[in-house]
Design a protein around this ligand. Structure first.
Ligand code: NDP
Length: 347
């Protein structure tokens, strides 16, 4: 008989990067779906930097299954719209099997979404053809409204969100400059994804490297990391520039109690005022109802036509999740990070 394998949050993490003491492994019987619920097995589990921010801020309780989005397959359903064998995007979390439906999801606006395996590989539903792609679209296209010829800078450029932001900006006719870590990541975004340039935040003088890569200044900054990358970008923002503040990865493991968003705003305040910048905090959940369907249709076409490429970093075994999570937060991932929890029957 199958067992449910789970990672629970062991404690509200005190700070720094994840360690073994933050998580507890548990095995138990499979749950039975109640009325208005379904049981699915997790195939791919999405690992995302924001999960660490949630845990550190106490938005997950110790003893709860760690939150996470997933691609899963229905095993038993008491929900008329979903049948056994259907593939879903849902929020199973860090476990091999999960219930969805009435009273289950913490993100109720994301009730299970069926995935058509004929459109694209099912793993893309937690990457380019899902929430990460929608995040990129919402921040870049909806919030910042790029115009052809403008210069767009995106940090964490080779990651799940960053790679989509840059490619969409290219489609819209912008000059696109990525910021990434290792040389192979920088080479990937220019040589494979077609960005115009990429600078490394590991170099000695990021501000000068950015100046060289952005001779006409920066019109749009898609913020994924904060910290010293943000400080370097600030020096080159043009008048009427726009910033989508999507994430602040470099701050999620800070040991102090300062609110990263407040620090970020204070750091930029003078420049924002001087340059008349539009600053947009981003929460992708606010864009689902209005933009998700149109985005998914558009992205499916771009993928089919080869206009958007994507790189996934798929690691084996639910049991390895905490180590891979930490590795991603330290930049060890290369592309959208996910765990392969069970075999993908479409492959
Ligand atoms: P990534 O796949 O980009 O993985 C994280 C990357 O961050 C690492 O590979 C590393 O890349 C980079 N990084 C880590 N530490 C630092 C640092 N100190 N300075 C600079 N870069 C660092 O993650 P995602 O694409 O999943 O997420 C990107 C951002 O989007 C995150 O901030 C996340 O929280 C945010 N997000 C926000 C959403 C919203 O609704 N606002 C929704 C979804 C995601 P490198 O080696 O190149 O430095």
């Amino acid at each position: 008989m199958s067992m449910n394998q789970q990672w629970l949050l062991a404690r509200t993490p005190p700070g720094g990067l994840p360690v073994a003491e933050d998580f507890t492994w548990r095995e138990g019987p499979l749950p039975d779906p109640g009325a208005g619920q379904l049981l699915s097995r997790t195939i791919y589990l999405s690992l995302d930097p924001y999960q660490w921010g949630r845990r550190r801020r106490g938005l997950e309780e110790p003893g709860e299954v760690c939150h996470g989005r997933a691609v899963s397959q229905v095993l038993k359903s008491n929900m008329p719209a979903y049948g056994e064998g259907d593939f879903l995007f849902n929020t199973n979390g860090w476990q091999s099997h999960g219930l969805s439906g009435e009273g289950i999801s913490v993100f109720n606006y994301m009730f299970p979404r069926k995935i058509d395996p004929g459109v694209a590989p099912i793993a893309t539903a937690i990457g380019v053809l899902g929430m990460l792609g929608l995040t990129a679209y919402s921040g870049l296209v909806v919030q910042c409204q790029p115009q052809a010829g403008e210069t767009v800078v995106v940090s964490a450029a080779s990651g799940g969100v960053g790679q989509v932001v840059g490619q969409m900006a290219k489609i819209l006719g912008c000059r696109v400059v990525g910021v990434a870590g290792r040389a192979e990541k920088c080479a990937f975004v220019t040589d494979e994804l077609g960005f115009d340039a990429c600078v490394s935040h590991l170099g000695d003088d990021l501000a000068s490297d950015l100046a060289a890569a952005c001779p006409d200044g920066i019109d749009i900054y898609f913020e994924n990391v904060g910290g010293k990358t943000f400080e370097a970008v600030l020096q080159h923002l043009n008048k009427n520039s726009r910033i989508s503040r999507c994430g602040l990865i470099s701050q999620y493991s800070n040991m102090d109690d300062r609110d990263p968003s407040e620090v970020w705003l204070q750091t930029g305040q003078a420049v924002f005022e001087r340059q008349n910048c539009g600053v947009f905090p981003l929460a992708v959940g606010n864009f689902v109802a209005e933009h998700q369907d149109a985005f998914l249709a558009q992205m499916a076409d771009w993928l089919k036509d080869g206009k958007v490429k994507y790189l996934e970093d798929i690691r084996p075994g639910l049991e390895n999740t905490p180590e891979v999570f930490r590795d991603m937060l330290e930049g060890g991932n290369f592309g959208k990070t996910m765990m392969q929890v069970a075999d993908d029957p479409t492959k």
